[in-house]
Design a protein around this ligand. Structure first.
Ligand SMILES: Cc1ncc(COP(=O)(O)O)c(C=O)c1O
Length: 439
């Protein structure tokens, strides 16, 4: 059975040398929470430059869906790199880009009559979806949610409502974006309980926003993560999206699902929207789609994506090597990895619930598939966030060879590669619990 192996003090000597150079040459705006200097990876395991071996329960921020360097993905990348690396889908055609668009039409909910636009990142997919929504509706306003993270380019950043540091100093942002409370039932903005609340957070949009400040006829889209990722792995209750989509349809507003983190099998379905009985008008994807190769896309019905030539394009978007990696990734997801996300996700959830019962500072455990969050609080009455303690727990996990990341104010996310085995999950949870015991 594989176990993490820490053979030096962390960071080790080679890592320390690299960290000094990094400090000199890399932008300090990055958000590194511990000094992991990684050299290679295989499956759920990564090794740092000093030979320390870590169990990766974050998958490069929910990206390496098929694990690190899956041989099928590596083979597809190598083969494509020997054949054609770049041509630019903006001005030329090549089979792989069209094939991937057809595949995305097939796997996104809502039938085959769809089109895809390819870009290079999650932020770009949201940015493009925002442009498409404005262009096609000829409406200027947009609605997004507190806690949402949609990326850091100007349009995506304007929709982001996660942390003020992400926006501070960058204004004025895109005008006309209005933020409203997300369906964060553990911390309901209205102090109500589901289902008695009757979706007060959706009613607020119609009864307050649309009556006081934002004419609904001028709203192009509601942008939403089906499960909030960076905001704390927050899962809206059953029925939420049906109600939200009904509101959108009533006023001709597009529902734009940002599945950048929740998509590509992570939630136990190809897209997290499939957990709800509602469909989005536009799906944004990136992260897990190509196991670490940089590609994003947004997908909409052919009728909606009917803007003219020149309205939007990207030199690198849908690069052949990235498309090859995405095709190999999707095949692996369809042929067992989504099932595995459900199976191992259930094992992790069950064990986390047992752990929760033992530690009063664990306020909430929530998850779907391998998108699992644990919210830490001072106590269950005040529910006061304890970000310092959360950060210390994440750091101690690192010191014991387990790579975790926080999310939200005070939560920890469990987002391993979808190839994770039950055995690896128990190894991670043994380490995690040994860390909790020391607090
Ligand atoms: C839901 C969501 N949307 C968009 C983004 C931005 O993606 P990227 O960092 O690739 O631009 C992220 C990144 O964390 C995300 O989680």
């Amino acid at each position: 059975m594989q176990k993490p192996k820490i053979v030096t003090k962390l960071p080790g000597p080679k890592a320390q040398k690299l960290l000094r150079k990094d400090k000199k040459f890399i932008s300090p705006s990055y958000t590194r929470s511990y000094p992991a200097v990684i050299e290679r990876g295989q499956g759920c395991w990564v090794w740092d430059v000093d030979g320390n071996k870590f169990l990766d329960f974050n998958a490069g921020i929910a990206v390496c869906s098929t694990g690190h360097c899956h041989h099928e993905v590596v083979k597809a990348i190598q083969k494509q790199a020997e054949t054609l690396i770049h041509m630019s889908g903006t001005d030329y055609y090549y089979p792989l880009q069209t094939e991937l668009a057809e595949k995305l039409a097939e796997i996104t909910p809502g039938g085959m009559n769809k089109r895809a636009f390819f870009c290079n990142s999650g932020a770009e997919s949201v940015e493009g979806a925002f442009k498409l929504a404005r262009y096609m509706t000829k409406r200027q306003y947009a609605i997004a949610f507190w806690g949402a993270f949609h990326g850091r380019t100007m349009g995506a950043l304007s929709l982001t409502g996660s942390k003020v540091t992400q926006r501070q100093g960058f204004g004025p942002l895109i005008a006309g974006v209005h933020h409203v409370p997300y369906a964060y039932c553990y911390r309901c903005a209205y102090n109500l309980e589901y289902p008695g609340c009757d979706f007060a957070c959706i009613k607020h949009i119609e009864d307050t926003l649309f009556k006081k400040t934002v004419p609904p006829e001028e709203v192009c889209g509601i942008f939403i993560e089906p499960i909030q990722g960076e905001g704390g792995y927050v899962i809206p209750p059953k029925g939420y999206f049906k109600r939200l989509k009904a509101l959108c349809d009533k006023y001709g507003i597009l529902l734009i699902a940002d599945e950048v983190q929740s998509g590509m099998g992570r939630s136990g379905k190809m897209f997290a929207m499939e957990h709800y009985d509602a469909m989005a008008d536009i799906y944004c994807v990136a992260k897990g789609i190509a196991s670490g190769m940089p590609i994003g896309a947004f997908v909409a019905s052919a009728g909606l994506m009917s803007w003219p030539s020149g309205a939007h394009a990207s030199t690198f978007g849908g690069n052949p090597v990235c498309c090859a990696s995405a095709m190999a990734t999707i095949k692996l997801l369809e042929n067992g990895l989504i099932d595995n996300a459900n199976k191992v996700g259930a094992v992790i959830m069950k064990r986390l619930e047992t752990i929760q019962a033992k530690y009063p500072f664990i306020g909430d455990v929530r998850g779907k598939g391998l998108m699992i969050g644990m919210e830490l609080v001072e106590d269950s009455i005040t529910k006061k966030s304890i970000p310092e303690k959360r950060n210390s727990i994440v750091f101690k996990c690192f010191e014991k060879g387990l790579l975790m990341q926080g999310c939200g104010n005070s939560s920890i996310r469990f987002s391993p590669p979808l190839v994770v085995t039950q055995e690896e999950a128990h190894t991670a949870l043994d380490i995690f619990e040994s860390v909790l015991k020391s607090f």
